[in-house]
Each structure stands twice: as structure tokens, then as C-alpha cells.
Design a protein around this ligand. Structure first.
Ligand code: 4PW
Length: 381
């Protein structure tokens, strides 16, 4: 019998749209035994929240997230607000016995994230962080290929996430649209916002990072505050470049920036192993590039796997073979896996505990960017 799962959304921005779409779509395509119901959305700006509720079909609007958390008819709280609000909401929701889903990064720092992990674990409530790119079918296929041992011993992992929307010094910091540039709200800049995705995928595919050294830079030193209009120093990293050693002995190189003119969301990754190499590019997200060194000489070369077959991860639930899917489907898959996890009792990853590791690595990058030193993360080889 299908159970209902009443969702309480906190926030109404870009990510709240991506998540709401996923809550709506998942039960239409995946048979999980649960039917999410968009019960209520909470935001201080009730005008915008009401418009959002109407657009997506939420039954009610609350002007304060605390009222949402107190409501006995809400099963799961979905947190889609700036990073500085994650901890307070998640901890209160866990204490109220709600399932908690939190937009990435889990928190601004590991110190802030740890009590969140403790709260959900103490309450025993299902929890998950929205690192959605794991669930692009081609990326999930990469995971499957690595787990099947196709690459053999891994030597290199490299990833980058490039954007260009903050190059102008006229882009303000703070406020509803540009909080990602305000260190108080965001915790860090591109490291927590963009590189965190690369790190989450990397840790999932290639294991823990044992040590790292980083360069970070803030190219525009002062920006106007979007609310007060006053100029104030910029505290975020505009770019980060990181060298890592993984616990499995492989070397990693990572880069993130919002100063790469021409790039809007250029997330790419490549992995080199003893038997072959794998590469993926968000802008061609249904494709895995694969080089198999064991293929006989004259046929050996890069091949392009179009990930659109029923036997590919998640694809059997969508259309007919050959038809492509997109960015929003990664969120739908995350909801489907979360609901599956409720049914099976095997929690969908990344849990808050899993995502703590990514936050720890982000902290180490920011610290190394300041000190120039290598940071030992204590991950056993
Ligand atoms: O989480 C990330 C965002 O903060 C996203 O995956 C892409 O970069 C799109 O917006 C930002």
C-alpha cells in the first residue's frame, strides 16, 4: 500500500524549485511505495512563498520555518535556504522527529555541521544532503564501472567546476539573490558552492582524501552590500585550486572558479586507472567517455557510451532507449532513492554523516589557501 510523505519546504528559490519538481515527479516514474505530498512552504516573504506554493501545488504557507517544524502533519523538512540557516533548522527539525533533507553544502563549516549530524543520529530520523550530481545516470554508471574493477588501480582523479557570473565588481554581496558572495551567509565561496560537488562525487567514486594543499584567491576585494548599499570587504574565495592525495594512493587535482569567462556550469571529471580512463562532462551529461587499454591494438581508442539504455542506471524508468534526460532528473533520482531507503531501511547516501566528510575537506581547502601548507585529513590509506 502506498504511504504518503508530507513535505515541508523551507525556501522558495532556485533549489526549492529543483527539489519541488523532484518530489512531484518521482512517484510518477519510480515505484517506491511512497507518495510525497507538498504540504506547506515556509518563508519570511509570504508574498513570494504564496506564489511559489501556487506554482508547485503546496497546500499552505507558513511565515516562519519554526511553525513548519512544529506542525504534526509534516513528515519531512526540506531545507533550501542560505547555508547559515541550515544548522538551526535541521537541528530543530530532527528534535521534532522530522526527516531532514538539506541542500548542499551541509553547513558553513565542519564545526557547524557536526551538531547537525549528531541531532539527526540522536533522533534516529532519515536524513540526506542534496549532492545531486551522483545521480546523473552517466555518473552513476562511472561508479558502477569503477566498482566492477574496469579501471583497475586508480592513479589520477581530476575535476573542475567553472562559472563566470561574478567577474563584474558591480555584482553585490548579501541579499536574497547574491548571498553566495557573502561569507557570513555562505561560509565560503566557490569551494563550498561548486567544488563541494566535485569533492562529494570524488569521495564517492575514489574514496577519502588523505591530504591536500590549496591555492585560493579573492579577485574582487570589496563589493557593495545588496541590502545596505555600503561597500564592504569580500570574505569568500572566488577561486580555488587544490592538489590532493587520496587514501588509495591516487593523486587528485581540483579547480573551481566563478571567473572563467564563457563557462556557466562547466563540471567535468576524469579518472585514469591502470586499465583505462573515464571522463564525464555536465554539458554532455548523458555520455561517458571510456578508454579501455585492454581492447586489441588497432581497435583501441576512446569510445563514447551514450547512457540512454534501459540497463543504464535509472534510465529504465524513463522513456524508451535512446531518449535523453537532463539536470532536473538527478534530483528526481535522489528523491526516488530517498524513498526507496525509507522502504528498505537502507538509508540513501549521502547522509548528513557522509556529507560531513566533504565539509571537512572544504574547511581544509580554505585553511590551506590561507596558510599555504599541506593539511593532513587523517584518512587511512
Ligand atoms: O549547487 C550548485 C549551485 O549553488 C549547482 O549545482 C550549480 O552551481 C548551479 O548553481 C550553483
Amino acid at each position: 500500500m502506498t504511504k504518503t510523505l508530507n513535505v515541508g519546504m523551507v525556501g522558495y528559490g532556485f533549489m526549492a524549485r529543483a527539489h519541488s519538481n523532484a518530489w512531484v515527479k518521482a512517484p510518477h516514474f519510480f515505484d517506491t511505495g511512497y507518495k510525497p505530498v507538498l504540504k506547506a512552504v515556509a518563508a519570511r516573504n509570504t508574498g513570494k512563498a504564496t506564489a511559489f506554493a501556487q506554482q508547485w501545488g503546496y497546500e499552505a504557507v507558513e511565515s516562519d520555518w519554526r511553525r513548519l517544524v512544529e506542525r504534526p502533519d509534516i513528515d519531512a523538512i526540506d531545507i533550501c535556504v542560505p547555508n547559515d540557516l541550515h544548522a538551526e533548522i535541521a537541528i530543530a527539525a530532527a528534535k521534532a522527529g522530522k526527516m531532514v533533507l538539506c541542500e548542499k553544502p551541509l553547513a558553513r563549516t565542519e564545526a557547524e555541521a557536526l551538531p547537525m549530524v549528531e541531532a539527526v543520529e540522536a533522533a534516529g530520523v532519515p536524513n540526506m544532503v542534496w549532492y545531486n550530481y551522483r545521480r546523473v545516470p552517466a555518473v552513476t554508471l562511472v561508479k558502477r564501472m569503477i566498482d566492477q574493477g574496469l579501471l583497475g588501480h586508480i592513479y589520477h582523479y581530476r575535476a573542475k567546476f567553472l562559472q563566470d557570473w561574478t567577474i563584474s565588481p558591480d555584482v553585490p554581496q548579501g541579499g536574497a539573490a547574491t548571498w553566495r558572495l557573502d561569507v557570513e551567509a555562505a561560509g565560503s565561496g566557490v569551494t563550498g558552492d561548486l567544488l563541494a560537488h566535485c569533492l562529494d562525487t570524488a569521495i564517492w567514486l575514489n574514496g577519502s582524501i588523505a591530504s591536500l594543499t590549496a591555492m585560493t584567491e579573492t579577485f574582487v576585494k570589496e563589493r557593495k552590500d545588496a541590502v545596505t548599499g555600503a561597500m564592504r570587504p569580500v570574505g569568500i574565495d572566488d577561486a580555488s585550486a587544490v592538489l590532493t592525495r587520496f587514501a588509495n594512493g591516487s593523486l587528485g587535482t581540483f579547480e573551481s572558479t566563478r571567473y572563467a569567462r564563457g563557462h556557466k556550469a562547466a563540471y567535468t571529471l576524469e579518472i585514469n586507472g591502470e586499465n583505462g580512463s573515464l571522463a564525464w562532462d555536465l554539458h554532455d551529461l548523458n555520455r561517458v567517455s571510456w578508454f579501455d587499454h585492454r581492447t586489441p591494438g588497432q581497435l583501441r581508442g576512446w569510445t563514447s557510451i551514450l547512457v540512454t539504455d534501459g540497463e543504464h542506471p535509472y534510465l529504465g524508468k524513463w522513456w524508451v532507449p535512446g531518449l535523453i534526460i537532463g539536470y532536473e532528473h538527478s534530483f528526481v533520482h535522489q528523491v526516488a532513492d530517498f524513498l526507496d531507503g525509507l522502504a528498505s531501511g537502507k538509508p540513501a547516501a549521502p547522509t548528513f554523516r557522509d556529507a560531513l566528510e566533504t565539509t571537512r575537506v572544504c574547511d581544509a581547502i580554505i585553511a590551506s589557501g590561507k596558510s599555504g601548507a599541506w593539511v593532513d585529513l587523517g584518512a587511512a590509506g
